[in-house]
Design a protein around this ligand. Structure first.
Ligand code: FUC
Length: 337
């Protein structure tokens, strides 16, 4: 196992570093201390060819200028909070009248403290920051650490811990977009997606949950058995920006039959938001080509969005004098050639 740290850029007078973690199979995990962003994951296809399977930019400036949260750690609260309202607090309204992804200059746009951590069979980077009382309207000084481990078995483990000195909200996620074809040489339409999710959260025109959890059976949202994204998009041409409530083993599996790569996600979180990038036609480049629909798929493990307004959703209120732990594991394998 090997961990290297190197200069990546400058942000608000601070030097930004990239960490390159290489395991004994020569598979590589890259991340930066700006936004705790995952910038690359290079894993073998069915023939052993290592290529990158996440969307990212070539240079640091692109992450700062116009990133749709590529690889980013999102907080304090991922997703939308209706009207930026929680209790008597008023959170930054940064998507129309609503609050999204923690507000402005949120966790994905700050330089974190970081250090390399080593354990048996894995190496990682621990990123920490303190979000001050009043940050984007949230009460309490909140200390957050997110550790990304990269193991010898090509597993990325994400461990999050948090402590606060006042009651506040916390619902973090990592916003990595996956494309298992390798260096985005194909779109994700031939990938199959399978999820242990019996219900999805109905959303309104503002992409906010209505509070109704509906059965996936006989809908485009049924991914209980593997379904090609091409088929899913045909069933739902507007695509997916949808919270699914996880059940059973809470497994999420993405498979690219062409490269043979498989990603299995396991989590202790309540839900996953699936964002299919449908209609994302952008000017910025990914692997030398303009970002366009279905270049990737974001699978964001978290508690159900806007939980503060829906008592049936798992609470995201956290209390002082406790340490909160959250865990998601991403395993990369291949089918047999
Ligand atoms: C997901 C979506 C949002 C937004 C963001 C970049 O979290 O829920 O709609 O587009 O990604």
């Amino acid at each position: 196992m090997d961990a290297r740290k190197r200069h990546y850029g400058w942000y608000e007078g601070k030097e930004v570093f990239e960490y390159v973690l290489t395991n004994d199979q020569q598979a590589v995990f890259r991340c930066i201390d700006y936004g705790a962003v995952v910038t690359g994951i290079e894993v073998p296809d069915q023939f052993g060819k290592r290529e990158n399977v996440v969307l990212g930019f070539k240079q640091f400036e692109d992450y700062v200028n116009d990133s749709p949260y590529f690889g980013a750690f999102v907080g304090r609260v991922a997703g939308r909070i209706a009207d930026g309202a929680w209790s008597a607090y008023r959170l930054t309204q940064n998507e129309g009248q609503h609050h999204i992804h923690g507000g402005v200059h949120n966790f994905s746009q700050r330089v974190w403290d970081s250090r390399v951590v080593k354990e048996n069979n894995k190496v990682g980077v621990a990123f920490s920051l303190v979000s001050p009382d009043g940050d984007n309207g949230y009460p309490g000084n909140l200390s957050v650490t997110v550790t990304y481990y990269w193991t010898n078995e090509n597993v990325w483990e994400m461990l999050i811990t948090a402590e606060t000195d006042q009651q506040t909200l916390f619902n973090p996620t990592n916003h990595t977009y996956f494309n298992l074809s390798g260096n985005t040489k194909r779109k994700v339409l031939n990938h199959t997606l399978q999820m242990d999710a019996e219900k999805y959260a109905e959303t309104n025109g503002a992409k906010l949950p209505t509070g109704r959890l509906l059965p996936v059976a006989n809908t485009a949202f049924d991914f209980r058995v593997p379904k090609k994204m091409r088929t899913a998009i045909k069933e739902r041409p507007e695509g997916f920006d949808t919270p699914f409530k996880l059940t059973g083993n809470k497994k999420i599996q993405l498979h690219d039959p062409d490269s043979g790569r498989i990603l299995v996600i396991e989590t202790d979180r309540e839900a996953v938001v699936v964002f299919s990038t449908t209609d994302m036609e952008e000017d910025y480049l990914v692997d030398g080509e303009k970002m366009s629909s279905h270049r990737g798929i974001a699978l964001e493990t978290q508690e159900l969005p806007d939980a503060v307004h829906h008592p049936k959703f798992r609470s995201i209120v956290i209390e002082p004098e406790r340490t909160y732990h959250y865990r998601t594991k991403y395993t990369f394998t291949t089918h047999q050639a």
